[in-house]
Design a protein around this ligand. Structure first.
Ligand code: MG
Length: 369
């Protein structure tokens, strides 16, 4: 591959529904897009999942812009990159900053797949023609609203329901959901809200036949999760704690989890994602792909990685219309009967809506090679 230019764009997109977190309500999302242009005139696209505040991990949109501009892109200038697997090696001396690394590496992967006339899914070794879609339900203002929301999602065809839990919004709400929907594939995501002091509460969840409980303990822990897993029947799924192949290896060795949620941006890219996938195959650890409120490009990357064989559980890659008034790809990602078809066209398999991207761009920066 002969990279001629990299273009960074910062765009702002309107969310279809306001998104409420512990720090407030967001009505739009600021996103960095990476376009890697080759001498052949083909462009590969990547998207950073970093948000404006360092509340999921330490990264933000601003730190990503700085890391990409001043540290990561310069490491690709000079000697040509032959294969996208080389990109993570070039970036290795820079610690952390996985969202920023993954966005650039993802664009290089897309370019590589397009230049080789392969879908990104095929280029990664994906085998599935369609993927199962689950949905995540946030903490609601009342139990009735939660049950109504779940009923609506089930009607739309989603293959599993994930509910966010936190102390005070856990056993009671799960019991009510199970009373109403005894058989649905149901899981709970605790987003690090508990400690080992909450052992009795977490053990009480065992009676509800949950597919898994996701990241109950600290964002950087694998030791206490191992202690907890030994006491629980419900499988623990790790999300925030897994940043690399090495983290996954250690967590599996310790018995900290029985399932892994993979997020490409959290582990620094598709090459590392493939390595974690293969490790999980070896150890019989089922996987699924998590979501970070991606726009179309990031969503397409998630679909491609989910086409690999060991993503056996429904992921969080919902259709575009679940989040956006208008996405930045064409056609938008669509779901039918709870499935998304893996596109076969070269690269990410969707056309970029360049007019929409242009309209949303707040500023951009071009790097010449
Ligand atoms: Mg999670």
């Amino acid at each position: 591959m002969e990279i001629k230019r990299i273009i960074l764009r910062q765009i702002k997109m309107d969310l279809l529904h306001p998104f409420t977190t512990s720090v407030g309500t967001e009505t739009d999302k600021t996103i960095i897009l990476v376009e890697v242009k080759s001498a052949s005139g083909i462009s590969g696209w990547g998207e950073s999942v970093a948000i404006t505040q360092p509340i999921y991990n330490e990264e933000t949109v601003e730190t990503n812009w700085h890391m990409m501009s001043d540290h990561l892109i310069p490491l690709l200038q000079g000697e040509a990159v032959q294969h996208p697997d080389e990109v993570s090696g070039r970036f290795k001396k820079i610690r952390g900053n996985f969202n920023a690394k993954a966005a650039i590496e993802g664009a290089v992967w897309d370019l590589y797949a397009k230049e080789n006339n392969l879908s990104l899914a095929k280029a990664l070794g994906g085998t599935k023609e369609r993927i199962e879609v689950g949905v995540s339900v946030g903490i609601q203002q009342s139990e009735a609203l939660m049950l109504k929301q779940i009923e609506d999602y089930l009607k739309e065809g989603y293959k599993r329901i994930k509910v966010k839990i936190q102390p005070g919004w856990d056993i009671g709400i799960i019991r009510s959901i199970r009373r109403e929907f005894p058989k649905i594939p149901l899981m709970a995501d605790a987003n690090c809200a508990y400690s080992l002091n909450d052992l009795e509460t977490l053990k009480a969840l065992d009676e509800f036949d949950l597919m898994m409980i996701e990241q109950p303990l600290d964002h950087d822990d694998i030791i206490d999760h191992a202690k907890l897993q030994s006491q629980l029947k419900t499988p623990i799924c790790l999300d925030e704690s897994i940043h690399s192949f090495e983290d996954a290896r250690k967590a599996i060795e310790l018995g900290s989890c029985k399932i892994i949620n993979l997020k490409i941006g959290r582990v620094g890219g598709l090459t590392e994602s493939k390595k974690i996938h293969d490790l999980c195959v070896e150890h019989n650890i089922p996987m699924w792909c998590g979501g970070m409120l991606e726009a179309g490009i990031g969503r397409a990357h998630n679909i491609a990685i989910t086409s690999l064989g060991n993503f056996t559980l429904p992921g969080d890659t919902a259709p575009s219309s679940h989040y956006w008034k208008r996405d930045i790809i064409q056609p938008e990602v669509e779901m039918k009967d709870g499935y998304i078809v893996v596109p076969e066209a070269p690269g990410i398999g969707y056309e970029l809506d360049l007019e929409q991207i242009e309209a949303l761009t707040m500023y951009s920066k071009v790097f010449h090679f």
